[in-house]
Design a protein around this ligand. Sequence first.
Ligand code: ANZ
Ligand code: ZN
Length: 821
Amino acid sequence: EGAYSFAAMEARWPQVWEDLKVFTPADDGSRERRYVLDMFPYPSGDLHMGHAEAFAMGDVVARYLRQQGYDVLHPIGWDSFGLPAENAAIKRNAHPSEWTYANIDTQAASFKRYAISADWSRRLHTSDPEYYRWTQWLFKRFYERGLAYRKDSPVNWCPKDLTVLANEQVVNGACERCGTAVTKKSLNQWYFKITDYADRLLDDMSELQGHWPERVLAMQRNWIGRSEGAHVRFVIEASDGRAEREVTVFTTRPDTLYGATFFVVAADAHLALDLVTPEHHDALMAYREKVKALSDIERQSTEREKTGVFTGRYAINPLNGEKLPVWAADYVLADYGTGAIMAVPAHDQRDLDFAKEFGLPVRAVLDTGEEDPAVSGKATAGEGTLINSGTLDGLPKSDAIPEAIRILEGQGTGEKFVNFRLRDWLLSRQRFWGTPIPIIHCAECGEVPVPDEQLPVTLPEDLRGEALSPRGTSPLAAAAEWVNVECPNCGRAAQRDTDTMDTFVDSSWYFLRFVSPHYTDGPFDPAKINDWMPVGQYIGGVEHAILHLLYARFFTKVVHDLGLLAADEPFSALLNQGQVLNGGKAMSKSLGNGVDLGEQLDKYGVDAVRLTMIFASPPEDDVDWADVSPSGSAKFLARAWRLGQDVSSAPGVDFSTGDRALRSVTHRTIADAAELLDNNKFNVVVAKLMELVNATRKTIDSGAGGADPAVREATEVVAVILSLFAPYTAEDLWNVLGHPASVANAGWPSHDEALLVQETITAVVQVQGKVRDRLEVSPAISEDDLRELALASENVQRALDGRGIRTVIVRAPKLVNIVPA
Ligand code: ANZ
Ligand code: ZN
């Protein structure tokens, strides 16, 4: 059959697989279903090493479950809206779709070469009108439930991309995409009310425990940020022409109310303008200008010197009637809690720093046994007993908190409150290449949703190049013909909403569309959706720990609440693959350490690259391409493949007569591999497979050679297990062994428990120096057991012929010498 040639295999098998529809699920209920999904790619350029790793992992899972007899849904599609396409279009005076679909074609060809076992008939692109029609349809359902709404608010604004960013897209105060420092701007924007789901998003994580990486759950928990405390209402005294009013604060420490010595509102909140007296107005305005430039992180940093301005007003402490000066400062955030706090410098370090800066009083109300914070400069935040606190005196902190809440509730000045860090999801974007928001604005009727039967609202095709340049308003606003429509309600002249949706909206439900991607009566076929959902194994990078995964969970819960889906969590299990590094560092243009996937594939072949990705480390760990050996993988694959050349028994031969030792290794490998695969220990499976290949080669080179049925058995097992990692080599090997395609459907071999028991060894039994019997015994047999076995042998008894025994010399496990009397 000649030499191992990956190029020949890569040329031969894809067409066969496609013709046989090997990877299209039967979807008929004949077998138990499993849904395996890799986070779908963004079409920027060709596939890179990161894709190669993640998709190799996902493919192992999909191929393994198929071998185990499941009907496996393993689809592929593209997350194809987004800024890079738009920026490329501006540069090249093109339409974003040209760049997008050209890249998708390139990636699709690479995925096919990479032999991803995907059902290509379900391919989807979120930028196709037949997809985003249903994104719009879902938006409308959210809108009808009050889960999509518009409000004016200060938003994160990237001055370079001229677009709004979600909180999640601001990293250390900078635009996640371009690194420019993010500023605030007040705009009328669309939001999804994800905060309505904060409790459920948090509580339902208990279902995911043990099936999702703990660090992802921790990041989500922290992002949702549940804080238990109280709302407390302070009356703000009338002053300088300003009326009396109430301001509510959120505090986790109502027990410290007697220690409040001043009151702070977020300087950038509208509340600050409402409160400030004319005398202090100019100072506040000047201060607000400075605050605008700061990120939330900078504002909350404990390192920074505290700044702020007095508003000229006083708040009345509802528990003791004290007058507290109201300040405006940047360390209080406008969009957390209520945007106002009672400051307790003795027990909160930021308040203490502020008090020292502005000479405000410090009063300890909790005796923690530590030095007085007013002296030490260190706020005491731990456990203690209440002091200086009226009726609360003497209570431990844990009792004082509920007691303070009880008093507030009795007076009607406060109540228990649970606050969340999670904000509503800002979804509108002033960019072109996204899903248009299906709303029409009418002077008479207000917001009017586009009727379902008029969906999709498609993007205009004539906007391209320069016309897409960011200018702070959506480029869609310039498409007069597109914008100006009749109001669906009253028929008068009206305008389309010109914002498009954050692309995270598109990716929040694509896993539902894959179940029935060509369905035309809804986002998915209601008769099919519960057959497949939830996704049994989701695979992707940890960079999506918050954004995408939280949004997808939110969408799934809403779709569940709409009565369209039984599941209320999208992904039962999650696997985060590590990164592919080079020289210990992430690959980057600036470091010049990028490795080109195409070059690696050309040099070593697809299978060797895939196998290297899997073998390098446990799936969650990083792979350093500088430390691995794709050429070593290629050598191993050739070695495995050559076994097939040497098998000389026919398919279907009875394995039971084969070499016992090799059979034992084979069956042990089957059993171990299944258990390892069930636990995502893919790299160890490869190591086991290498041992099996070595053992098989050893048997071929000795004894009965390639004719031994155990050699065929072992080689067939090699082919089946190898098919998870190196599909071309495995298919070719399977073919050489005389089996029809495809090895992907061979079925997981069953192992024989009896063959797992330890291999036996032959013990020789002599009587008076003459060999009388041979016994198959365990290598670990004890002297006593072996003596007993030897004496029980019929041949030995016959040789003794009734004589007594003088001595028995036992050398376990190999020899017994019996000396008759
Ligand atoms: C009085 C107090 C006394 C507080 C004390 C803490 C310790 P978490 O746990 O993160 O929810 N706070 C409330 N709203 C704020 C805002 N918009 N910007 C900055 N800080 C704000 O934090 C809740 C605590 O953070 C609240 O409890 C409040 O200070 C402050 F010994 O109230 B505390
Ligand atoms: Zn109207």
